[in-house]
Write a protein that binds this ligand. Structure first.
Ligand code: NAP
Length: 458
């Protein structure tokens, strides 16, 4: 894929970028390594002051950054502004809490190990390579970068090839705010050149947010090199609606959860599993609500759903729908590419999806919802877990026994009860099964790229 900004609303290439050559990459790795030596000797109040300044700068530049995001990947401008605001919040959160998360603590009963005291402390690892996706061009990076820099690590960003302007903005943000030169460097390189960087001895750890194949590749390299890795991969999250649920609220939330970010979020709800008692009512309301969404130019303030980010992405989505239709599923609404320029796809609802259809097993990365009818909670749970993914999940019920049954039984990194999956700086985020390894955000996230050092005193 060329490194270029191509407007998904028109398909027109706005700007192409030459990849960095090997010498340029080498210099940037060196800069990040040298910045680590400087950064690790700074204290938390200093880093927090820089992080607050970076957050203030981003906030002041919000409209420019949000517009860049829209031009590069097509999310509605209102949601792009929300993404920038979320980054500002995340940066301030880590500015305020990193010292508390990484202060370490005394261990109980030191005499058992022959010590007068024993404790643990957290220290930074070094330079971390971050391979990131285009769907939240800013937030995916910030949720790595803010804790990493606050911990004293430095970062190398290999961003998705279709968001180079977002990547270059991030290259300078932290340095402009006062962090040591080289603390965060963007590498404009194709995916084929990631391996060499990941294996470089100056790189201490790697993280990747993206697809399962990319995650497997990076995970294998990290394993071979014995480097820590965090992998945030795909999802096909269930959204379970039981008969006691508030159906109107469940439907409204289901629509948002399936279509936000043009349906291209890892934690969008993708499979709607509905109890037979409320199935017809849910589907009727869901279809009406999906049809009422405004699909249109992402810079339009009224737009709910913009274009799919890439032409290939729209083709792949449409192939999943076509396969389901061919094998007997019913398209209740949507299901055809929209005519005209740009890569638009309508909010789509599909029923009657069965095992063997691609949509049953694969992630639909766009505004396509599959709805399943189940007879009871056991069937709902089995269907929810009948996936290789395990990122997040949602359950709608007013019955506390039912709630406990799902919270306990769902194989996922999170369960949202009577709500939808959202990432928050305060909460751990990550998946199980093929959705990934490790956690981002909260105290758990910042500790992933730290050396937990045990200190024994005689
Ligand atoms: P992708 O193709 O895996 O791309 C993600 C990043 O990885 C890009 O920077 C890409 O570079 C790079 N990449 C691709 N193949 C690679 C390889 N073999 N080795 C090293 N780097 C490689 O993912 P996508 O299709 O853009 O994004 C959608 C996927 O990401 C979905 O599955 C979605 O669920 C998942 N996702 C997960 C999370 C999460 O937090 N769990 C969040 C967002 C998205 P190029 O652009 O140059 O190819």
């Amino acid at each position: 894929m060329p490194i270029a900004t191509t407007d998904p609303a028109t398909g027109i290439v706005i700007r192409e970028y030459s990849p960095h050559n090997n010498d340029e990459v080498d210099i940037k790795i060196d800069e990040a390594r040298r910045a680590f030596v400087a950064l690790k000797h700074t204290d938390f109040p200093k880093r927090a002051a820089w992080m607050h300044r970076a957050a203030d700068m981003l906030e002041a530049e919000s409209e420019h950054v949000a517009t860049t995001i829209v031009k590069e990947m097509g999310k509605p401008i209102t949601q792009a502004r929300g993404e920038v605001a979320k980054c500002v919040t995340g940066m301030r959160f880590y500015a305020e809490h990193s010292q508390e998360f990484l202060s370490g603590h005394e261990l109980p009963r030191p005499s058992v190990v022959g010590a007068s005291s024993a404790s643990v402390r957290y220290q930074p690892l070094g330079t971390v390579l971050a391979v990131m996706p285009w769907n939240y061009p800013l937030w995916q990076v910030i949720r790595f970068a803010a804790p990493a820099l606050m911990a004293g690590n430095t970062g190398l960003l290999k961003h998705a090839s279709n968001v180079p302007q977002s990547a270059l903005y991030l290259d300078s943000l932290f340095e402009r705010a006062g962090f040591p030169a080289g603390c965060f460097r963007t590498l404009l390189i194709p995916a084929s050149r990631v391996e060499a960087v990941a294996r470089d001895s100056r790189v201490a750890a790697v993280t990747l947010t993206g697809s399962e194949p990319a995650g497997r590749s990076i995970g294998a390299i990290a394993g071979a090199e014995l480097k820590p890795s965090v992998l945030e991969l795909g999802g096909s999250d269930p959204f379970i609606v039981m008969s006691s649920a508030d159906i109107s609220r469940a439907v409204a939330t289901a629509v948002t959860s399936r279509t936000s970010n043009n349906g291209q979020a890892c934690i969008n709800a993708k499979r709607f599993i509905v109890h037979a008692d409320v199935y017809d009512s849910f589907v009727d309301k869901f279809v009406v609500a999906m049809e009422s969404l405004k699909v249109g130019p992402p810079m339009d303030e009224e737009t709910d759903v913009g274009p799919i980010a890439t032409s290939t992405g729209r083709d792949e989505l449409h192939q999943l729908v076509g396969d389901a239709r061919k094998h007997g599923a019913k398209v209740a609404t949507g299901g055809e590419k929209l005519e005209g320029g740009g890569w638009y796809y309508p909010p789509t609802v599909i029923t009657g999806v069965t095992k063997g259809m691609r949509l049953y097993a694969e992630e639909a990365f766009g505004p396509v919802a599959t709805v399943f009818r189940v007879a009871d909670r056991q069937e709902a749970l089995e269907l929810a877990n009948d996936t290789t993914f395990g990122l997040s999940s949602a359950v709608w019920t007013q019955d506390s026994a039912e709630e406990a049954f799902f919270v306990d039984g769902i194989e996922a990194g999170a369960v949202f009860v009577n709500g939808m999956s959202v990432s928050y700086p305060e909460l751990p985020f990550g998946g199980v099964k093929d959705s990934g390894i490790g956690r981002e955000l909260s105290a758990e996230g910042i500790r992933e790229f730290c050396n937990l050092k045990t200190v024994w005193r005689g």
